[in-house]
Ligand binder design. Structure first.
Ligand code: PLP
Length: 341
């Protein structure tokens, strides 16, 4: 197999260090890991293998297909979207649903009601059964591992956080649940009141920073691309689609094997930065589907076939591009070879 001309460098030590930091911030609560959307684009199997070895025992995916792809790793997986009728036939033994609706609870009970998790809505109005339904006994007799809720604004300092926290706390002891859980990455940084028995970080594992409490979170993902061609562009000539860049002087340009089809979207046109070691090589002109032009006067030796790294620290790249830290990761395409250091 030939190797791909574009790759994601993935720092396994940083991933594990980030999980340990979030575990320590969870102050005695267990710390899980959200690995939906193929581990936020990094590759769920490799993420799970590393975090399971570090001691993580609670993994969260959105879909049963994602749980099946992890089945042979033998770690407990919770399926956040619950169970449809279509899901009941093919469920791996290590996975359980997070029941979100009255209908899902009924379906689970009728099928024998094995271990499950339950999502309760405490104000986000996304997924989850109502606290009133819990209080009225909807869950009585169910074998619930974790009763959880989800914060709408964990990355903001707003009173809704405290109200959601209190609403979940008020359900403590009302069900058979062994554990309560509300905090995602940003929720962990709200403080130990939010940790309950289990935290569920995702983005911060992968280098996301949304809160001052995340300063020590390390970057995990760096896209790298190979130079397809190096060329000289004369003063006054243009580069790329729609001629959005005109060379102000004679200059050296390299064309990278990377484009918006790989998740390096057009918002990086004229804004993104590549690097060769410490040398900064700015993106010029429009990003194409499969190609990106950079100015390389500062790198006289850079040649066809050489590799450059793209700046991709999540908070800074989010501010630069207008994409969320989540979109920056989950948009990274399948043409990248994922290489763990
Ligand atoms: C995705 C998700 C998480 C992780 O959220 P981050 O913001 O990435 O830390 C936690 N809980 C639920 C229910 C989720 O859907």
């Amino acid at each position: 197999m030939t190797c791909s001309p574009l790759r994601l460098r993935l720092d396994g030590d940083a991933l594990v260090a980030n999980w340990r930091l979030l575990r320590d911030m969870s102050e005695g609560a267990a710390c899980g890991a959200a690995v939906k959307a193929d581990g936020y684009g990094l590759g769920a199997r490799e993420v799970v293998r590393r975090l399971a070895e570090a001691g993580c025992r609670d993994f969260f995916v959105a879909l049963w297909s994602e749980a099946r792809a992890l089945a042979d790793l033998g770690v407990p997986v919770s399926v956040l979207h619950g169970v449809r009728a279509e899901d009941m036939a093919d469920r791996p033994a290590n996975a359980r649903p997070v029941l979100n609706t009255v209908e899902q609870v009924r379906r689970w009970r009728e099928a024998g009601g094995g271990p499950c998790d339950v999502m309760v809505d405490t104000g986000m109005n996304r997924l989850g059964i109502s606290a009133e339904d819990v209080a009225a006994g909807l869950l009585d007799g169910l074998a619930i591992e974790t009763l959880m809720s989800h914060l709408a604004c964990a990355d903001e300092d707003v009173s809704l956080n405290g109200r959601q926290r209190a609403a979940l706390a008020a359900l403590g002891g009302r069900t058979s649940a062994r554990r309560l859980s509300i905090a995602n990455s940003a929720g962990i940084a709200l403080g130990p009141d939010y940790a309950f028995d289990l935290t569920r970080p995702g983005i911060a594992l992968y280098g996301g920073r949304q809160h001052a409490g995340h300063v020590a979170i390390r970057q995990v993902v760096t896209p790298e691309a190979q130079v397809v061609q190096r060329r000289r562009v004369r003063a006054g000539e243009i580069v790329g689609y729609n001629a959005t860049f005109t060379a102000p002087r004679d200059m050296e340009v390299a064309i990278l094997n990377l484009g918006y089809a790989d998740g390096y979207l057009r918002c990086f046109s004229g804004k993104g930065l590549a690097r060769l070691g410490e040398v900064v090589l700015p993106v010029i002109g429009r990003i194409s589907m499969d190609l990106t032009a950079i100015a390389v006067d500062a790198a006289p030796a850079l040649a066809e076939g050489d590799w450059v790294a793209l700046d991709y620290a999540l908070p800074e790249t989010s501010a630069l591009s207008g994409l969320s830290q989540y979109e920056l990761l989950t948009g990274l395409g399948s043409r990248f070879e994922r290489k763990w250091d």
